[in-house]
Design a protein around this ligand. Structure first.
Ligand code: MN
Length: 291
């Protein structure tokens, strides 16, 4: 099933190129959720609600996906995690920049996941494709990082790798937008709009093997990045095992899995288009903040 949030916080099931409104389910789920719950109530309720959502979607009239304003598929993640340096060729391209005289911060960035740990992006940086990327620091190097995004489905801690995929609600494409420079990652990667996720969430049952996906990223029609998740240094299961060895994971938590080589600069006016045959097309505009 493909689930989206759209327009004024509506919940939709995507069938073909149509969105079917199931917001009544979202209202009911949220009304029954405890205020102090950790994570996103709708994602947490999916196992119980799935059948009903499908029934509701069949009865609801469709609206073309192209005519709705897509929001982040998760309304309220408890955290947004991200893997740095999880593809060998990306580590190599960052090391090459260091050799060209880049700063110590880039050197730090180049240590492999495991040594580097993972990092957090502010939840307030997460947006859907309709919101665009409002670029700050336009005089500095702002880069796209194409990534597979995992959306956690249930609470767990110390999750072994061989059980990890059971904790996944679904997948989406994501952009880990980044200002290059010496500051902490949480400064450079948590700017409003610097974590687009979308276009919708594809539930885990539709993705046979998350470690065998191919995604591409184009800027203004030019191919910049091709991700083969089979190249991940820590694969999806190991990433969940790793994160859950120090964080409790909650339903709706968002996990960026790392970027392959080909990261490059963007500027206001550019259009970024990420695509995977099963996850759809995440197309988003880069604009100046305040424009
Ligand atoms: Mn990244």
């Amino acid at each position: 099933m493909k689930l989206c949030r759209y327009d004024n916080d509506r919940l939709g099931v995507v069938i073909g190129d149509q969105v079917h409104d199931v917001s009544a389910a979202q209202d009911e789920i949220r009304a029954a959720a405890r205020y102090d719950m950790r994570g996103d109530a709708v994602i947490a309720a999916l196992p119980q609600w799935r059948g009903r959502l499908e029934e509701m979607a069949k009865k609801a009239k469709g609206v073309p996906l192209s005519q709705v304003k897509l929001l982040s598929p998760v309304a309220r993640p408890s955290k947004t995690m991200a893997a740095p340096t999880n593809y060998g060729k990306h580590i190599a391209e960052m090391e090459a920049r260091r050799d060209l005289g880049a700063t110590a911060a880039v050197k730090r960035h180049s240590s492999k996941i495991g040594e580097a740990g993972i990092f957090l992006k502010a939840n307030s940086s997460v947006v859907g494709v309709s919101e665009g990327i409002p670029m700050r620091f336009p005089d500095r190097r702002n880069e796209h990082e194409l990534e597979l995004v995992v959306i956690i489905g249930k609470q767990g801690s110390d999750i072994p790798k061989d059980k990890a995929l059971d904790y996944i609600a679904g997948y989406a494409l994501g952009l880990d937008m980044t200002v290059r420079g010496p500051e902490d990652r949480s400064f450079r990667k948590s700017i409003d709009g610097y974590s687009p996720v979308g276009p919708y969430m594809v539930t885990a049952d539709e993705i046979k093997n998350p470690n065998d996906l191919v995604a591409t990223l184009h800027v203004n029609g030019e191919l910049r990045q091709t991700a083969h998740t089979s190249d991940l240094i820590y694969d999806v299961g190991r990433l969940i095992e790793f994160a859950s060895s120090f964080y409790t994971l909650y339903p709706g938590d968002i996990y960026f899995t790392g970027t392959p080589e080909g990261v490059g600069p963007v500027k206001p006016g550019d259009v970024i288009k990420a695509h995977n045959d099963q996850l759809g097309t995440l197309q988003i505009d880069v604009r100046a903040h305040g424009a």
